[in-house]
Write a protein that binds this ligand. Structure first.
Ligand SMILES: [Fe+2]
Length: 284
């Protein structure tokens, strides 16, 4: 198949469905990098068959409750999170939401601390605690961006948080369309809950956001986590869909970054350096 995107995306793995979504009989249709996909679960073997157009997809795997597909030749493995193997954690998929905007915008929004106290007021932030304290951003040796030492006052940081506290955040952009967030657990502040966002680039201007949560148990229930994350993402969705242009501009200064956007500026710079074009408005 002729590649429809640069190798960094084409030859990588992308989550394209929650495995649960395939439990109903019949075919599941979706799109990855402008390529129509058909997924079908064989109830006898519980395996998944996938086609890109008429061609069978050879590179297909199940991991973390999602179906992953690589349309080209896999240049590296699916992202891996050692925390997900901890026996005292609850691993869950928290939904797959279609969003009419570039997936790069969805990743950038996930990184953006300044929106928490406005868009998620009463949960992930609150007035007057709107100031974003300075934090450090570095580039990762494996490619990508790491933001550390972010602290945000959150009235309800997680489904089990009973009172507000200053939450310590670390973000890591692992792939152009994959970002993970570690935040201090309300019961065991020295350990961290993890939320990963796997964005499926449907087209350059639309995506599906797949969320994986990995909370320390402490009385957390899977359904409550799912509801909480879907509620939070439901607040982001209209904000994302109102962003213009729908693709993410990579030219410095095109949208002037403010202090809170240090991570976002580093993300855009890394995308430009890595040669990511799909979903972006490349630097001139
Ligand atoms: Fe948000």
């Amino acid at each position: 198949m002729r590649p429809r995107a640069e190798s960094l995306l084409w030859d990588d793995w992308h989550a394209v469905a929650e495995f649960e979504q395939l439990s109903r009989p019949g075919r599941f249709l979706t799109t990855l990098l402008d390529v129509p996909l058909t997924l079908e679960r064989d109830p006898k073997t519980d395996s998944v068959l996938a086609h890109a157009g008429d061609e069978p997809i050879a590179s297909l795997r199940l991991k973390y409750g999602f179906v992953w597909v690589c349309l080209g030749d896999p240049a590296r493995d699916i992202v891996n999170f050692p925390e997900c193997d901890d026996p005292d954690r609850l691993l869950g998929t928290a939904g797959s939401v279609r969003v009419a905007v570039s997936g790069l915008r969805a990743v950038e929004n996930f990184l953006d601390l300044s929106h928490l106290s406005f868009v998620h007021a009463g949960f992930l932030g609150e007035e007057p605690f709107t100031e974003v304290k300075s934090y450090s951003v570095e580039s990762s040796p494996q490619g990508g961006v790491i933001a550390k030492g972010c602290r945000v006052y959150q009235p309800k940081a997680s489904p089990v948080a009973r009172e507000g506290f200053d939450v310590d955040y670390t973000y890591a952009v692992l792939r152009p369309y994959i970002v993970v967030l570690y935040k201090a657990n309300p019961v065991e502040p020295q350990r961290r809950d993890m939320i990963a966002l796997f964005v499926q680039p449907v087209s350059e201007e639309s995506c599906v956001a797949h969320l994986l949560t990995c909370y320390l148990r402490h009385g957390v229930e899977a359904a409550a986590v799912r509801r909480f994350q879907q509620f939070i993402f439901g607040q982001d969705r209209p904000i994302l869909e109102n962003q213009l242009p729908k693709r993410l501009p990579l030219t410095a200064g095109r949208e002037i970054p403010v202090r809170a956007d240090v991570a976002s500026a580093a993300y855009r710079r890394w995308l430009a350096e890595a040669g990511v074009r799909y979903g972006a408005i490349p630097a001139a």
